[in-house]
Design a protein around this ligand. Structure first.
Ligand SMILES: [Zn+2]
Length: 404
């Protein structure tokens, strides 16, 4: 939705009035629209060939609607609705065993079969707490307010606190905001152990014992902490250090084209750097240019590949491997026959048309950023070279040290 108050004196009546030679007329866009609209407009990639307008589902990578993407969106929205995204993140990052975190999650989401919950579902049972036989057994009662739970908490180093909160979730939110990660883990284990004790009373008619209940929680926590320490000790320290990947020569009769982009948030353009090397690893050609617009990194990368294909079309190279360090882009290009209705879809179609016009074989492959250094340096160089430049006999000085 455009928020600019429109002035028709600029002569802009249709979207096409803002496009010149297949690119946004950046001066006109800057004059007509406010900053917010300007940024949104310039982030829309334009197709080279004219195409019909289509609708796409923006919550899917390929722009196609699916029930699972709608479900994901809905669950995300309901999380946001209660404003507790941060809380969930905190809960799942408690340094405790997965079953303990899972237990807390069940307690918060109201899925523990407490007696008051069973009663609300018309299960014939008493509502009275099996541990104190006094109050109604809700999650907050059994884990926090019950006299039994209170004994467990008071005997631990955490102590007992029960602010006047409405639900167990509110209580836990306050506690996690106060406690460090280790104490948060202790809290999680104690909650779990209280519930275990409650189950023993209900199902095995055991006598509730606060002391052994606390010790069971603490023992389980210690066992998990010890296990983590020994797992960490077993991993050789070098496993953490990724080996930098090196650029590899293409096979016989192939050339390799590496492409990369450089984004400049405030400049209104995106730089592209491309380099072609042969089977010996020797320099063949390189090119830099700017694209008008402020695209997301993935859109910009795929537009970079479109430029690369167009450059390949203008040259008579043998079979070409096009390498990018954006895995998502490479995956999209390698499944080009799958319909793609997303914002990327138009550019993918352009790439498909270009490939059909090129007589040689084209392959797309992913390369680690560390092996894409020449293309990266070329893309960065567009900051100093506003116009497109091409080198064929020898590479520009600023990349010679990066070439083999
Ligand atoms: Zn109770």
């Amino acid at each position: 939705m455009v928020t600019t108050t429109f002035d028709f004196n600029f002569g802009v009546y249709m979207v096409s009035d803002l496009i010149t030679d297949g690119a946004w007329n950046i001066d006109l866009v800057n004059r007509v629209f406010n900053e917010r609209d300007r940024k949104l407009i310039l982030s829309i990639p334009l197709r080279r060939s004219s195409s019909i307008d289509l609708q796409f589902w923006k919550h899917d990578k390929r722009g196609s609607y699916s029930v699972s993407s709608a479900y994901k969106l809905q669950t995300q929205e309901s999380d946001t609705a209660v404003g507790n995204k941060k809380f969930w993140k905190k809960l799942w990052s408690i340094p405790a065993a997965p079953k303990i975190r899972n237990f807390l999650w069940r307690a918060v989401s109201g899925s523990l079969p407490t007696r008051s919950r069973l009663c609300s579902r018309h299960v014939p049972t008493t509502e009275v707490c099996p541990l104190c036989n006094v109050d109604c057994e809700s999650v907050k009662h059994v884990l926090v307010e019950c006299s039994f739970a209170r004994h467990v908490w008071l005997a631990s180093h955490l102590g007992w606190f029960s602010p006047s909160t409405h639900s167990f979730q509110d209580w836990l939110m306050r506690a996690l905001a106060l406690f460090n990660p280790n104490d948060s883990a202790t809290l999680a284990y104690l909650c779990w152990s209280i519930w275990e004790e409650r189950n023993s009373v209900v199902w095995k008619s055991a006598q509730p014992a606060a002391n052994s209940c606390r010790l069971r929680g603490l023992r389980l926590k210690r066992e998990w902490d010890d296990a983590l320490v020994s797992i960490r000790a077993a991993i050789p320290p070098t496993a953490d250090l990724p080996t930098p990947q090196e650029w590899k020569k293409p096979g016989p009769n192939w050339v390799k084209l590496n492409v990369d982009i450089a984004t400049n948030v405030n400049s209104g353009w995106t730089g592209i750097g491309m380099v072609v090397r042969n089977e010996m690893g020797s320099f063949v050609a390189c090119k830099i240019s700017r694209m008008v617009g402020l695209f997301s990194p993935t859109i910009a990368e795929i537009m970079g590949v479109r430029e690369a294909l167009s450059w390949i079309k203008d040259n008579n190279w043998q079979n070409v491997i096009v390498e990018s360090d954006n895995l998502q882009v490479v995956n999209v290009l390698n499944s080009m026959n799958v319909e793609n209705f997303s914002m990327m879809g138009g550019i993918v179609s352009d790439c498909r048309s270009l490939i059909n016009e090129i007589s040689c074989e084209i392959l797309f492959s992913h390369v680690f950023r560390s092996a894409n250094g020449v293309a990266h340096a070329l893309a960065q160089a567009t900051r100093s070279f506003p116009n497109a430049m091409e080198w064929t006999l020898s590479p520009p000085e600023f990349v010679t040290h990066l070439l083999l």
